[in-house]
Design a protein around this ligand. Structure first.
Ligand code: BGC
Ligand code: BGC
Length: 728
């Protein structure tokens, strides 16, 4: 930090201290409670404020929240809606609340307004719905991820929001989990690079706090289901789950949402080891933490580690939580007041929590905020630039998994195409969960092309026959139509959180039946899967000609699918997560501590591995160069030549893995340490140089110290291997 920014920092801290000194106990408490005004109203509704939902703007209601309870933050979740849900309605609401707070509260402390804009302004009609985080990761393009996050940040703050409950940076190590599509995949390093980019992008204008979530270990529960217990070693947490959070912290993420998960017998919202020892002391997080939805309450109601609500509040705040996402439980303020008054929560701890929150508000410049331009709110929403960016993001993520006999790309002169699957003609399946609703949108609320539309447009002279279900397929006179190819679109039902958990990893019955029937026609089948995670596709892999994974590509996602199918774009996504062979094979992660042995069945043997993805061209590697030795503290430069040996231009992701030949503790068979995306014309070669920092060469030793241990290692890129020795 240079001297100017240190001074600026101290100045802000001083302002925080001055304000803190002036606050009454109730004013402090209100800063620590986050309320969802619609849910809260619904709870109190009939008795006090009538049934009219518009009373979320009612001055009497605001007076209760902001004056009687001194609430300092509002949140809006997947199902929240204000007015007609338009940008103007939201901006108008936020402006009114801001004005009310300014005019009616003693210290005019600006409010935080948080929302889940997790793949674009997904709560707002007419907005660009981007692909979800797993696909952002599949681009292996942090630069593009940064641009995307910056766009969302700019759109969001133009409406008055100053906190986004994004990015979700969980590492997902079990594909049965319902939130895999929201995660950054299975690898901590790739996740860290994407996490850093997303936080930098989102906070780039300085007026919006990103909220990295969900700290920590949320993506690896014992049985793979959402919000179920996880037994994770400290090593596992540090090696596999902490890196994206460390990267977010390095990028100065202002807020962090705490997972409600029970890890090693202690729910994180009550875990001092996690919230204070790990997050603050070890990882040096300086921002504000918030619980997830009602998770403080759940210490009592679900986890049963405390006998009542008050103890729940006491445990979480004493563990280091700063803000309770109490949603509708406004009484959380009273309970906390009691706990501070009787000393169960020390005043110092409360002050620290308030300090952390106020510092975020000062850093965002909220105390000098300009009035909102309500009439123009939303002008940026769904702009042409944002749509183009969403399309590019989807385009770079889509991953080609199989392409037998180079059936893809399809010829633009293809005469007769059969398209199957109801999701081929669906908009909501393209977008998945957290779209205009918690568990997905209504079809009519979205305006965009479907995959069917995009294919029809792409090949106007072809005869395209579309069947949405098995009965329609049976009605076709297949012999007469002489189809050249069948494009089968398969999907998962849009879902959110635990509704998405899947024990079987199978497709829904009608989807699978239709697919099998399509295969049985004998027409070569190209599968386009619009799914948020690796499902069980082993049986398909044997029987279809090609498989393209589109993820949940969003409102602009149909075009890139068609562009790739017909060769206008060469697919370049690479898997951020492994495909298990079937559900009984889970968890399958490439960097588990696997052993290379014929005797024990602990090999990494997925259907498709982490980092995999085909192209319409072939890439070859040569001339890997590594130094023979590296001294501790020094960087290592690794160079490699990558060539496009095929006939079309393409983009490759050069992936550098390290393998410890020996180390003092057991190690993964390999771990990703650096990568670079390279575009190559047909026949072109480039030399790529990748740098390994001392951090990349370090490991957690037996005492969990992060050390650059002396050892022999191998660098692996493609089929190339180079050995070197870390001198320690
Ligand atoms: C989810 C979070 C989300 C929050 C607010 C929770 O249920 O786990 O990811 O940010 O709700 O909607
Ligand atoms: C979600 C919220 C959602 C709510 C619906 C929560 O678990 O995180 O965003 O609005 O459930 O009841």
């Amino acid at each position: 930090m240079n001297r100017d920014s240190t001074n600026a920092h101290t100045h802000l801290e001083q302002q925080v201290e001055e304000l803190l000194d002036d606050l009454s106990l109730r004013e402090k408490l209100g800063q620590c409670v986050m309320i969802e005004p619609c849910f809260c109203l619904e709870e109190r509704n009939s008795e006090e404020f009538g049934d009219d939902f518009s009373s979320v703007m009612d001055p009497e209601y605001l007076e209760m929240l902001l004056v009687d309870y001194n609430i300092g933050s509002f949140l809006f979740g997947g199902a929240s809606r204000i007015g007609d849900g338009s940008p103007v309605a939201w901006a108008d609401y936020i402006a009114r609340v801001r004005k009310f707070a300014h005019n009616n509260t003693r210290h005019k402390i600006p409010m935080l307004f948080g929302i889940d804009a997790v793949h674009g302004l997904n709560f707002m009609k007419g907005s660009t719905i981007y692909t979800h985080n797993l696909a952002v990761t599949a681009t292996w393009n942090p630069q593009l991820a940064r641009q995307y996050a910056a766009m969302v940040g700019t759109e969001l703050s133009s409406i008055g929001f100053n906190c986004n409950f994004a990015p979700t940076i969980d590492v997902a190590r079990d594909t049965r989990w319902g939130r895999v599509y929201e995660s950054l995949g299975e690898d901590p390093y790739l996740a860290a690079e994407i996490s850093r980019a997303l936080v930098e992008g989102m906070q780039g204008n300085g007026d919006l706090a990103a909220c990295a979530k969900h700290f920590i270990g949320y993506g690896e529960s014992n049985n793979g289901m959402d919000r179920t217990p996880a037994d994770l070693s400290e090593r596992g947490i540090l090696e596999n789950h902490a890196p994206p959070f460390e990267a977010a912290i390095e990028a100065d993420v202002l807020t962090m949402m705490v997972s409600g998960g029970d890890v090693n017998g202690m729910p994180i919202p009550a875990s001092k080891r996690m919230l204070t020892d790990l997050l603050r002391d070890r990882l040096k997080f300086k921002g504000a933490t918030m619980s997830d939805w009602e998770d403080v309450e759940r210490l009592y109601s679900r986890h049963k580690i405390v006998p009542d609500r008050k103890e729940a509040v006491v445990r979480s705040f004493n563990a280091g939580l700063d803000m309770n996402m109490a949603v509708s439980h406004i009484g959380a303020v009273d309970v906390m007041e009691e706990a501070v008054k009787d000393g169960s929560i020390p005043m110092q701890r409360l002050d620290q929590a308030v300090r952390n929150i106020l510092l975020v508000k000062f850093k965002l410049g909220l105390f000098e905020e300009q009035p909102l331009d309500i009439q123009h709110a939303g002008d940026l929403v769904g702009s042409r630039q944002s749509r183009a960016l969403a399309e590019q993001l989807a385009l770079e993520s889509i991953t080609l998994l199989k392409n037998e006999n180079q059936i893809l790309p399809l010829d633009r002169d293809t005469k007769s195409i059969l398209i199957t699957g109801s999701s081929a003609d669906s908009k909501r399946h393209l977008c998945g969960g957290w779209t205009l609703g918690w568990a997905g949108a209504e079809e009519d609320d979205l305006e965009c092309k479907t995959i069917l539309d995009a294919i029809r447009e792409k090949v106007p002279s072809a005869t395209v026959t579309y069947v949405s279900d098995i009965d329609e397929l049976r009605e076709q006179d297949l012999a007469k139509k002489d189809f050249d190819v069948c494009i089968s679109v398969v999907s998962e039902e849009p879902h959110a959180e635990w509704y998405g958990d899947s024990m079987e990893l199978g497709f829904e019955e009608p989807e699978e039946a239709l697919l099998r029937a399509a295969i049985a026609t004998g027409i070569p089948v190209v599968v386009v899967s619009v799914i948020g995670r690796p499902l069980n596709v082993s049986w398909l892999d044997d029987q279809v000609a090609a498989m393209l994974w589109a993820y949940l590509p969003g409102t602009e996602g149909a075009q890139p699918v068609a562009d790739i199918l017909f060769g206008e774009h060469n697919p370049c996504g690479r898997l951020p997560i492994s495909f298990p062979r079937d559900a009984s094979h889970v968890p399958v992660v490439y960097n588990a501590r696997n052993y290379e042995s014929d005797e024990i069945n602990t090999r990494y043997d997925p259907l498709y591995s982490f980092g995999y993805g085909l192209s319409y061209t072939d890439f070859t590697y040569s001339k890997l160069k590594v130094p023979a030795e590296v001294k501790s503290g020094e960087e290592v430069e690794v160079t490699i030549t990558v060539s496009n040996a095929g006939k079309v231009d393409g983009s490759e992701v050069v992936q550098l893995f390290l393998r410890d030949i020996f180390a003092s503790v057991t190690r993964p068979l390999k771990s990703l340490k650096a990568f670079a995306r390279v575009s190559l014309k047909a026949g072109e070669s480039k030399t790529v140089s990748l740098t390994l920092t001392p951090h990349q060469l370090s490991l957690y030793d037996e005492d969990l110290k992060f050390v650059e241990e002396a050892r022999p290692v191998e660098a692996l890129i493609g089929d190339q291997v180079g050995e070197f020795r870390i001198l320690g």
